[in-house]
Design a binder for this molecule. Structure first.
Ligand SMILES: [Zn+2]
Length: 466
């Protein structure tokens, strides 16, 4: 136990050192033991993060920013607990994000694709609806559309996760702080039913925000921040485009505004923060996209831990909802001595695969030569003639000669070709059944050690904040 673990108010109340000695046997000690009272929970999700990402992100972080990751440091902190999250859904060993978030949010395993609708068709009540009725404060922060499966599992009910226009109105009066992408599901002109889903929020006292500056200045207790039509761009694209970077906040910035607001009120709270695009990069076998998004997620973890350091009443949980494509760094060369060199190639990538193909699609004069030049310029390595021809054929004619059905698509092919230069191998292009890492620190953190079935998380939320 040290002074840093004692809240400033506790310190003053107890009269400095003498009081601190008493506190060691009291609340703070209990918090250190993982058993104290919880005033707020911050639940951070790296969506679709396979276990191998932890070490790759750690090594990549040291290469590009000369420091390790905060999550890695947290796992090594004796005050934290670690466990494995069991992630299956009601109808598959492999969950999707809708079923995983419904398990956390609704306390029941549901079929893939459903948001808080049980296999028998009945509804389960999402955690933020329960908590709002009890007067708690609530927040959802994400780099996906705010109506995407992971935030939705905490606050919405719908049979199909893709009905995001049906999810958009459901946060009204349930979620105080909503931040992420997804303007297209609120603005009348973009919605499938042309109904205005923004005005009801502003009428109910929400500050509706669309850019970074407005968010950083915001002091509102109710915020609907929509910073992109669809998802927020991959971090590698955000950071390499000054215009986008000026307009779109980082996950860490959104998290800071939300948590500052929640900490500034006396009510108990639950804040979910999702690094969503790790999952999308994994589906695309895009290692640079994935690692930069994981580092952006890690910045949010670092910010939350910095803001809650010295307190004994905030439980911070860091986890993932499922593995995805299980990327791994393969030993390369004799005695694996070429491994570090090929891994370093990833630092030269300046855009996501999503962006690469978006740019490719904008030109009408696409040739194999242009594809080869774009890959060299944006990804920093050259495809062999054969690889380039195969990739070009997959894009232009859909023709793919590939034995693995998982990787028989343009992204799967490029992922494998890139692996010849980066050392990264992929198990496929879809989610996996692996358990995910769960780390926790703060009061009651011991609940999240050992094997944690995903639907049990809801019970803990209710017991701690209900
Ligand atoms: Zn996914």
């Amino acid at each position: 136990m040290n002074e840093a673990k004692i809240g400033r108010r506790d310190w003053l109340k107890l009269g400095g050192l003498g009081g601190a000695a008493a506190l060691l046997g009291g609340t703070a000690k209990a918090a250190e033991d993982g058993k104290g009272e919880v005033r707020g929970i911050v639940f951070l999700v790296s969506d679709g993060m396979s276990q191998g990402v932890l070490t790759m992100a750690e090594d990549f972080s040291r290469l590009v920013r000369e420091k390790g990751t905060r999550w890695w440091e947290l796992i090594g902190d004796p005050a934290s607990t670690s466990g494995l999250m069991e992630c299956s859904s009601a109808d598959s060993y492999v969950t999707d994000s809708a079923a995983a978030a419904s398990a956390w949010g609704g306390g029941v395993k549901v079929n893939n694709g459903a948001i808080n609708i049980r296999p028998d068709g009945s509804e389960s009540t999402p955690i933020l609806r329960h908590l709002k009725k009890l007067g708690r404060r609530t927040g959802l922060v994400t780099t996906a559309t705010v109506t995407h499966a992971t935030p939705a599992g905490f606050a919405a009910v719908t049979a199909k996760r893709d009905d995001e226009h049906l999810i958009a109105p459901q946060y009204l009066g349930v979620v105080d702080l909503i931040m992420g992408g997804g303007k297209n599901f609120f603005a009348a002109e973009k919605r499938v039913d042309f109904a205005d889903a923004l005005t009801p929020y502003s009428k109910a006292g929400y500050e509706v925000l669309h850019d970074r500056d407005a968010l950083l200045k915001s002091k509102s207790d109710k915020v609907l921040g929509l910073f992109s039509g669809s998802h927020i761009p991959h971090e590698v694209d955000r950071m390499n485009n000054p215009e986008v970077k000026a307009k779109v906040p980082s996950l860490s910035e959104m998290s800071e505004v939300a948590l500052k607001n929640l900490l500034g009120h006396p009510e108990k709270f639950l804040l979910q923060i999702e690094g969503a695009r790790i999952d999308h990069a994994a589906h695309a076998n895009d290692i640079a996209g994935l690692l930069w998004d994981q580092l952006a997620f890690d910045d949010a973890v670092a910010k939350v831990l910095e803001m809650t350091a010295g307190r004994n009443d905030i439980l911070v949980i860091v986890t993932s909802d499922h593995g995805n494509a299980n990327p791994g760094l393969n030993g390369t060369g004799k005695g694996y001595k070429g491994t570090n060199k090929v891994f370093k190639t990833i630092t030269g990538v300046t855009c996501s695969y999503e962006k690469l193909f978006e740019e490719w699609g904008r030109s009408k004069e696409n040739t194999p030569e242009r594809l080869s030049a774009m890959i060299k310029q944006r990804l920093g390595f050259s495809l062999s003639e054969k690889e380039n021809a195969a990739l070009f054929a997959s894009i232009t004619t859909g023709e793919i000669s590939e034995w693995s059905k998982q990787q028989a698509n343009t992204y799967g092919l490029l992922g494998q070709f890139a692996g010849n230069h980066t050392g990264i191998g992929w198990a496929g292009t879809s989610h996996t059944s692996d358990p995910t890492m769960i780390s926790a620190i703060g009061p009651q953190s011991e609940r999240f050690s050992g094997i944690v079935p995903n639907h049990e998380v809801h019970r803990h939320f209710m017991e701690l904040l209900g």
